[in-house]
Structure formats: C-alpha cells, structure tokens
Design a protein around this ligand. Sequence first.
Ligand code: GDP
Ligand code: ZN
Length: 453
Amino acid sequence: HTISTNEDTITAIATPPGVGAITVIRVSGPDTFSKVDLIFRGRKKISECNTHTIHYGTIVDPNGEVIDDVLVSVFRSPNSYTGEDSVEISTHGSQLIAEKIIGLLVERGIRIAEPGEFTKRAFLNGRLDLAQAEAVADVINSRSEASLRGARNQLDGLLSQKIDTLREKLINTSSLIELELDFAEEDIELLPLAKIISNIGEIEKEIDELLKSFRFGKVIRDGVNVALVGKPNVGKSSLLNYLLKEARAIVSEIPGTTRDIIREEVTIEGILFKLYDTAGIRLTEDVIEKEGVERSRKAVSDADVVLFLNDSTHGFDRDIYDELLKLQKEERILKVANKIDLKPGLDKSFDVGISAKTGEGIEELFRKLKEKALGSGTYTEKSAVVTNLRHYNALNKAKEHLIGAKNSIKEGLTGEFVAVDLRNAENSLGEIIGKVTTDDILNNIFAKFCIGK
Ligand code: GDP
Ligand code: ZN
C-alpha cells in the first residue's frame, strides 16, 4: 500500500454543521495545489509553499469577488493525513461561506468526498492500518475518559502490534512445516512437529486472551448497560433522580424513547453507565402491558449488569430474583438494598446497601457495578484490548483455523493440510489490520464515518 490508487481530488467540510468560530474545508489528491491556486489570492501560490506551512489570503470567485479571507494549511505528500497532497482551508465560521468555496472547487473539477474517504485514503496509502482507521472513528465518538483512552491506544497501534506479532509467529510456524515437508521422508520430522504443536498452542492462548478482553473492551468503548429492576416503590426513580442531581459528571439525559423504559447516562470514574429504568419484570396476561414487559425483559437480558433494587425495610424480593435468573446469569445481577437510612445494617442476601435519599453507599454501588461489568480480567492502560465486534469475529475465525490445524496434525494429515489451516488463520488476523481486505469490508467500515473525516 505505498502508492495511491486515487487519481481524483476530493473535498469536504471537516467541521460540524452550524455556527462556529471557524469552518475547515479539506482538499486532498493530486490536483489539490493547482486547483486551490485557481481560487486563492495570497502573497504566494499554494503550489509554491512548503509542507506544514500556513498562508493568509482570500478566496475569490470567477468575477473576482472576495468570498472570505482564509488561512490555508499546506501538507505535501506523503506527510499528510491522507498521504496525498492536501490543504485545510480555515474560513470564518459559516456554512454558507464553506458551501460557496466547496462550490468553486467542484466547478474546477474537484469531487465531494464520500463519508470517511479521507481516512480511507490514509489507509490505502499506508498511513494507518485498518484497526487504526477504525480507531479514528472511535476517538471522534468517545464520550468517556475510558473510551477515549481505549480508542487512543488502538490508534497508536497497540492492537495492531499485537496482531502483527501473532501473524509473525504463524508465519514462522508455517516455515517449520515447509521444513518438515521437505524432509518428510527422513526421521527428523518428529522434532518440528512438537515445536509446531507448541507454537500453535501458544498462539491460540494469546488469541484467547484477546477474545477475553472483548467484554472489557466493549464496556470501555460503549459504556455499561445497566438495567434497573425492582418492585414498585423500592426507589428506582429516586435513585435515578439522585444520580441526576448529585453525580458530578453527568453526560446527558436522554428522555425515554418508550413509555416504559427511561434511559439516563452518567460517567463515574471515567466509565459511561447507561441506566435503563424498567417497568419491572413480571409475567402478565394484560395485553396492554405485555409489550412493556417484553421490553423490560429484553433490557434485562441485554444488560451488562442488572441493578436489582430492593426496599431494605421489606427484605429481599425472592420472586423477582427468580424471574431475573431466567433472563440473566447470576453473576451479572447486583443485589442492592435501598432505604438503608430507615433500616441500618445489611441483610446478607444483598451485595450492597444504599440510600437514594441520603446518598449513602452510592459510591460503593458504582464500584460494584464496575466490578461486575468489567469481569475478572486485569487490564492496564497499555493492554491490547479488543473493542470492535469485527475484530472479535476475526479472532474467533483465526482460532477456529488453529483448532483445524491441530486436528489435522492429530489425524496425521500431511503438512500441506496444516499449512492451509495456518495460512487461513493468518489471513483472519490480517483482516483486522487490513492486510487482507475486500471492497465490501472497506465500504462497510468507512460508510460509518462522517463526511470530511
Ligand atoms: P419506584 O417506584 O421504584 O420508582 O420508587 P420511587 O423512587 O418512586 O420511591 C418510592 C418511595 O420511596 C418514595 O416516597 C420515595 O421518596 C421513597 N424512597 C426512595 N428511596 C428512598 C430512600 O433511600 N430512603 C427513604 N427513606 N425513602 C426512599
Ligand atoms: Zn418509578
């Protein structure tokens, strides 16, 4: 991926729509400098400017009328985001000015970029691998410290390096098989075979580690889905209200999309929690209520953690708990006693006691929620973590091929069969960083980007 396959030059507004102090227009591709020179008036032509320099001037239309004064940042290939010649034109913050300038560029043969096309070009030109390109979108969409950190790590290549190492190990193992193929007639075959088996085992173990990190990665990236469940009057609304009033870092308040489920979001210690207040789960014959009950059940089964709220003055609601167990694993249910201001001391059926009225125990509640959501794995800020379902699926495929390779060995098949399995495993890993890819995969990924990125 060292030579650009893009012949045309693209442009788009890179800043969000609406009023702001400045608006930035991106242009990238081989004709960038010559075309921008047709509409730019400054002390120097853009095509004569050095890379990484900024130039003041005006943009003028064909009648010589000034549209705006601007700053043009110049980036020469290959030292630009896309790897191509490119500029960023900063105008006064106005959608109208930006659209006029884009219009002038289009009249001169520049094409409007598709969503994500700048980043796609960065990938095609080898500036980023595919996992890093995907991280660009994650960085943009980050809404919590943890998700930003995770996306930053992926953008910095933490996952890519790990995948590269695993691919290298696979290639080394394949070369042992070639060795074995060449000497198959002789007695030395036993030695490489043992080495091959142990190598495959090691690689599989590392893939398992990455697969295991996905639960943590998903939480880091998307936040923790918490279903808030409990009988009427245990204090569900009070708890939500308390959080909205008192929590130091509220992200947003999203009004319920349905009558039955209200969703609130808070970040606590950098982790985004999405709380779903359910109407309560109970089996009902009531036709009107049935849909709401179905939604609540779904919220419970989809949740990362179920916050099962009880009124400590009434004790543990065993009947509801039994219903929950039909929908969720026991270890994902946090048993919480509310109103401990009325009844001090914690019954041992509960994991944590709180008061939605006084705020007592709320910090511990979030510590426990975090524990439940993140699982038992220990990850540091510098761990390679899988946050993306596409990567997770590719790792699973790679693992299947490795199991295939082990089976081929067990069944005494010739080295060729084992080699095919290993190559397939290597290709599956290659999909993650884009060593192996198809137009469909690329289009799918970049279509989710915004215009101008
Ligand atoms: P929900 O039906 O589960 O949403 O329960 P609500 O939040 O509407 O609370 C029911 C009643 O319990 C209200 O009168 C609340 O003021 C009261 N309540 C809720 N939490 C507490 C608490 O921690 N301590 C006390 N003393 N009262 C509470
Ligand atoms: Zn309520």
